[in-house]
Design a protein around this ligand. Structure first.
Ligand code: HEC
Ligand code: HEC
Length: 297
């Protein structure tokens, strides 16, 4: 409750919900807005206790740590050297990812963009995929766009990659011969082992408050309906802090885990297969406000 009130108070202070960051004392530091559980459509599935916890998630301090990674000196330069104090020039950049890269002739992730800066502009090695520093930087760069609408290109050169991602989403895989959509749409709102299945879509985002309001205890029908109708979003709240993993994790780790769970083919991090799926998921969550790091059990 206090978390919600605090968020509202901050908004009032700013006078506009659209502002995604504020300048606090000391006056020169860029304060990046953290995760706001009241804007996360995926939380309705979890217990009241978990939702209360989400108002003060254990990931709160991690954004400060991530800012330090961003400002860390690497051979005489830090990310801020070119991207402004605390990365202020990257505010809004993450709203377009995955983003088409004309040089590569395909879309890239924020991870790829960061690695290019490290290798081509800083003379450093690329960061280990899904290592602590990489996830911290991706989370920080994305948090600079917290509160802003996801706005990934879906036409032009992106169209064919999104179509590839869509095909993968509906393609059967692995020992269990199931596709993403079997778990995430057909079973959305039900339980698989101990986990509630979410629909990573977000088309009806604006009505999620309505459905969630009528949701009490374990009324299965309502949960089913909610899971199918409203979706839980996806790209807008990733990377997340997952209590089960005890750390920040990117969508790449999630997708690989989903492949693994059905004993499907697990590709390397950053593989075109996963980039295209992220682009497809983004096309379904465009318009939702970026809200990272999300919080999941
Ligand atoms: C020497 C200058 C320099 C340094 C240091 C640098 N970058 Fe960059 N960065 C750039 C340039 C130039 C671009 C390309 C901008 C463009 O495409 O418009 C870029 C692009 C990016 C982008 C993509 C932005 C977009 O709009 O798509 C991200 C994200 C990024 N950098 C993050 C980082 C991070 C994180 C670090 C620290 C590890 C870093 N950069 C260090 C110069 C730098
Ligand atoms: C056997 C069932 C199963 C299959 C098949 C499966 N997943 Fe998952 N997925 C899960 C479970 C369980 C979770 C964790 C609970 C949740 O968030 O829904 C999850 C979580 C996710 C999330 C995070 C949702 C959120 O709210 O943050 C996304 C996105 C996702 N999966 C995408 C995919 C994609 C894309 C595929 C196909 C490549 C896929 N999944 C295949 C079971 C599955």
């Amino acid at each position: 409750m206090y978390g919600l009130m605090r968020t509202i108070a901050v908004r009032r202070l700013l006078g506009a919900a659209a502002l995604s960051f504020m300048v606090a004392s000391p006056a020169w530091a860029l304060e990046v807005r953290g995760y706001d559980s009241s804007e996360d459509p995926g939380l309705y599935k979890y217990s009241e206790r978990f939702r209360e916890m989400a108002e003060f998630p254990p990931s709160e301090g991690l954004l400060d740590d991530a800012k330090e990674v961003f400002n860390k000196d690497r051979g005489g330069k830090s990310c801020s050297t070119c991207h402004g104090d605390d990365g202020e020039k990257l505010v809004g950049a993450a709203t377009n990812y995955p983003k088409y890269d004309a040089k590569l002739g395909k879309p890239k992730l924020i991870q790829h963009a960061i690695n290019t800066c490290l290798t081509d502009r800083m003379g450093q090695q690329a960061l280990k995929w899904e290592g602590g520093e990489q996830v911290a930087l991706v989370t920080y760069v994305k948090a600079l766009s917290n509160g802003m609408e996801l706005n990934v290109q879906t036409d032009g050169p992106m169209a064919k990659f999104i179509e590839e991602g869509r095909k993968s989403y509906y393609e059967r895989m692995g020992h269990f011969d199931v596709a993403c959509h079997h778990c995430h749409e057909n079973a959305a709102g039900t339980n698989i082992r101990a986990e509630y299945m979410s629909s990573p879509f977000g088309q009806n985002y604006k009505s999620f408050h309505e459905v969630a309001k009528g949701f009490r205890g374990s009324e299965r029908d309502k949960r089913l309906q909610a899971g199918r109708e409203i979706g839980s979003g996806s790209i807008e709240h990733w990377p997340i802090y997952r209590t089960k993993w005890g750390k920040l994790a990117s969508m790449q780790k999630r997708l690989r885990t989903c492949n693994k769970n059905v004993r499907g083919h697990v590709r390397p991090y950053g593989d075109d297969y996963y980039v295209n799926i992220e682009a497809f998921l983004a096309s379904k969550t465009n318009g939702m406000r970026i809200n990272v790091p999300g919080f999941r059990p």
